[in-house]
Design a protein around this ligand. Structure first.
Ligand code: NAP
Length: 339
């Protein structure tokens, strides 16, 4: 049996291009005592993949040229040499863009699926946890305040906005295009959504946020963040979660044009890296799972089929073609085989 995996062939310059990644075949080794073999079902592709492809001083080391691409997988155990795992168990723990993963038992986290696996890849996975901790620990919105969430139709933003509604805020999304804005207001229950592709973003925001902005859940940076920083109220909080509009830029990335408003309006801005919160996932999971179970938070996955399409799936995120959590499907999911 062979395993296919993506490796980084060259570091991208600007947008990712064909040839930056290469799909190779490797043998699946025999298992040592304490190891399990997992057939991966879903691969998560994320904006941070692009950060890891560059040789920059980021929050974790880059992927080295010639090394496998890094990314979380969820899959089914097909062989086990550890008493804690049996064939058929669903686990996460793989961190490579590949079809099969050999994991040490301590690396594998069993998934006790009370909800569909897709929920664990999105709203109950790193994206949902980022939304939860970004708001509860940094943004701390109070009822009646105005929360703006950029990339609002995406994996993280869609959850952040819905949590903001549960917390009693007026929630305004920023998304690209009328289809996404319709999804954000009609399906996710945001109070308003402004379309950053329609032009006149500042005017649109002014109309959507008549009382200014108290919390910015920032996923995008660039013109979107500049427009938001122009409207922040005194003592506003910025949850600096992501700057996707800048990840394909070379050299000095970007600085906000309205930086001085942090001074004038006494704004606090704090960066968030979700790995810091891994030890606290267990605190957030039951709360989030309840909200999902009660239908107070909905989620959406955007699935591209097959390992060969993983780079295309990553490009979709940067083109804004994804709606919800972008995944690559590598083999059948439990929901495919249940009656
Ligand atoms: N700090 C952390 O630990 C952490 C964890 C998870 C995610 N994040 C960050 O959160 C952000 C969202 O990540 P995600 O995984 O949830 O992805 P996502 O929102 O599902 O997908 C990314 C979205 O960003 C928007 N976008 C892409 N390029 C853009 C541009 N140039 N200008 C404006 N919008 C652009 C697109 O939406 P539109 O079509 O609506 O423009 C796209 O669909 C990213 O910045 C990511 O790095 C950070």
């Amino acid at each position: 049996m062979a395993n296919r995996r993506w490796i980084l062939r060259t570091r991208p310059e600007g947008d990712i291009s064909e040839g930056d990644l290469e799909l190779i075949e490797v043998a699946i080794p025999d298992l040592d005592e304490g190891e399990i073999l997992v057939r991966n079902i879903y691969l998560s592709v994320d904006p941070t993949n692009r950060i890891w492809m560059s040789d920059i001083d980021a929050y974790m080391p880059p992927v080295e040229v010639g090394e496998p691409m890094r990314g979380r997988t969820w899959g089914t155990v097909i062989k086990s040499r550890h008493e804690g795992f049996r064939a058929g168990d669903v686990v996460t723990g793989g961190l490579i863009w590949e079809e099969y993963s050999v994991l040490r038992h301590a690396e594998a986290v069993p998934m006790n699926l009370g909800l569909p696996l897709e929920a664990f890849t999105s709203v109950l996975g790193p994206a949902g946890m980022t939304a939860f901790w970004g708001l509860s620990d940094i943004g701390k919105p109070r009822p009646g305040e105005t929360l703006v969430v950029s990339a609002a139709a995406g994996a993280t933003g869609s959850v952040a906005g819905q949590i903001g509604k549960i917390m009693g805020c007026r929630v305004v999304g920023v998304a690209g295009g009328s289809l996404k804005c319709g999804y954000v207001t009609e399906q996710l229950g945001f109070d308003a959504c402004v379309d950053h592709r329609a032009g006149n973003l500042e005017e649109q925001l002014r109309q959507a946020c008549p009382e200014g902005i108290d919390v910015d859940f920032e996923n995008v940076g660039g013109d979107v963040m500049d427009a938001v920083l122009g409207m922040v109220n005194n003592h506003a909080r910025v949850v600096l979660c992501g700057l996707i509009s800048t990840y394909n830029r070379e050299g000095d990335w970007w600085s906000p044009r309205r930086f001085r408003n942090l001074l004038f309006r006494r704004v606090s801005m704090q960066g968030l890296i979700i790995t810091d919160y891994f030890p606290r996932f267990a605190e957030a999971l039951p709360v989030m799972a309840d909200w999902v179970g009660q239908g107070r938070i909905s989620y959406r996955v955007d699935v591209v089929e097959g390992i060969t399409n993983a780079p295309r799936a990553l490009a979709r995120i940067f083109d804004g073609n994804n709606m919800g959590k972008q995944l690559v499907k590598l083999s059948p999911a439990p929901s495919d085989i249940q009656p």
